[in-house]
Design a protein around this ligand. Structure first.
Ligand code: HEC
Ligand code: CU
Length: 338
């Protein structure tokens, strides 16, 4: 008995520890209307499930104990059919199913992605293994880190350049498949400012687990500043300090093979127009490198440039064989692209 009590207490303690938080990706802690609709529906259904569980398990326990085999007990009486019971256990589940189905349908329609009036449109394009974001209205293209204004509806138009991905920022809303040749939608209005983590939720190849995303919900001042920063032209080459200037040259260098040149795959506004990789015009303003694989620090950038497939298996950015001098110069340049 003592061992059992100790074990039970231990299990309880472990369970309680799991409730400690923080929960950066919990659907149970919504921060937008879409997330709240899902959460409310979940809680509604949860209590029916609890009710069914308690009734079924209590009956089971009662029957097991009360009618267990006892030595010398008489043969139990045989019964056939019970109209009242049968009507009961048909009607009650039917009513429960209706009570679950009605709000489920309602939630499906409420979260179908129809853009609300005045929504900020963002085109989201899934790539192996990063996210591209275009804001047609604002003329901004960025990657992996989505910025949205707090309190204003946002409408994401989701599509893919390659395989099927799925966009999921659990505290805001989703998830929804991201499919080439199709446009799916997610609309939400975020109610609190902050950084919300998310990730690709559909297996999409080797680095699926490293296809993270961050949604920055900015208050109106911060969002306006961010927009202005993203729309500003990058510094011109003649204003760059020495090291960064060498980075700019390394960035523009045509390498052998030419497909290994940064400009073959990346856009920096006014410098190059590659589209196979993320737009780097404002790389320095992001907090992470390669969809959250590394922090956007000098060290993180250098590790990425040294050997991308070592950081993200299968990476579509190859190992280019840069010298350490080139890496230092490129890092200095990229960090100035704020
Ligand atoms: C063959 C195409 C290709 C070439 C060449 C290439 N890249 Fe990339 N690059 C990519 C792709 C694709 C990604 C996204 C990888 C991922 O996150 O999975 C990427 C990611 C990056 C990132 C991270 C971007 C972000 O938003 O986090 C940086 C920085 C970068 N590349 C810099 C460079 C530099 C500097 C060069 C030249 C030395 C270069 N790349 C050459 C395709 C390329
Ligand atoms: Cu994916």
């Amino acid at each position: 008995m003592r061992t059992l009590t100790a074990l039970a207490l231990g299990a309880l303690m472990l369970g309680a520890v799991a409730c400690g938080g923080p929960y950066p990706q919990s659907t149970l802690d919504p921060a937008a209307d879409f997330g709240s609709h899902i959460d409310e529906l979940f809680r509604w259904i949860f209590w029916f499930a609890v009710g069914v569980f308690v009734v079924v398990e209590s009956l089971l326990l009662f029957v097991v104990v009360r009618y267990r085999a006892r030595p010398g007990a008489p043969e139990p009486e045989r019964v056939h059919g019970n109209t009242l019971l049968e009507i009961g256990w048909t009607l009650v589940p039917a009513v429960i199913l209706i009570l679950i189905a009605a709000p489920t349908m309602q939630t499906i329609f409420r979260t179908d992605g129809t853009p609300p009036e005045g929504a900020l449109e963002v085109d989201v394009i899934g790539h192996q293994w990063w996210w591209e974001y275009n804001y047609p209205e604002l003329g901004i293209t960025t990657a992996n880190e989505l910025h949205v204004p707090q309190g204003r509806p946002v409408s994401l138009r989701l599509t893919s350049r390659d395989v099927i991905h799925s966009f999921w920022a659990p505290r805001l809303g989703g998830k929804r498949d991201v499919i080439a040749g199709r446009t799916n939608r997610i609309s939400f209005t975020a109610d609190s400012a902050g950084v919300f983590l998310g990730q690709c939720a559909e297996f999409c190849g080797e680095s699926h687990a490293k296809m993270g995303l961050r949604v920055f919900v900015d208050d109106s001042v911060t969002f306006t500043q961010w927009v202005a920063g993203q729309r500003a032209a990058p510094p011109s080459a003649d204003t760059l300090p020495d090291l960064a200037r060498r980075g700019w040259e390394a960035f523009r260098l045509i390498r052998d093979p030419a497909s290994n040149s940064c400009i073959a795959c990346h856009t920096v506004q006014g410098v190059s127009g590659g589209v196979l990789g993320p737009n780097l015009t404002h790389m320095g303003s992001r907090s992470t490198v390669a969809a959250g694989a590394l922090p956007n620090t000098a060290e993180g950038l250098a590790r990425w440039l040294r050997d991308p497939p070592a950081e993200k298996p299968g990476s579509k950015m190859p190992r280019i064989g840069l010298t350490e001098d080139e890496i230092a110069a490129l890092v200095a340049y990229l960090q100035l692209l704020r």
